[in-house]
Design a protein. Structure first.
Length: 81
């Protein structure tokens, strides 16, 4: 679905009420904006978390260590610390 949303000179935009309701944003809430080569993607906080979890699961396949500690150790190795 494509809809037109106008942006005010102050940079504000309004999402139509039916879309806010479907996304669980009836009472307001945070959205994340991602700029891509194809345009702009808006995601709710729940959608952004679900996407990050899906990406993390892909990296964890095969029993790889994806802990924060391993990540920091890898960064230290890369930087020569």
């Amino acid at each position: 679905m494509t809809i037109q949303v106008n942006i005010t000179p102050q940079g504000r935009l309004s999402l139509p009420a039916d879309i806010r309701k479907r996304l669980g944003l009836s009472d307001g809430g945070a959205v994340f904006l991602e700029e891509t080569e194809d345009g702009v993607v808006l995601r709710t906080a729940a959608q952004a978390v679900a996407r990050a979890q899906a990406i993390a699961r892909r990296f964890a396949e095969g029993g790889r260590d994806v802990s924060v500690e391993r990540f920091l150790a890898h960064r230290r190795e890369d930087s020569g610390e």
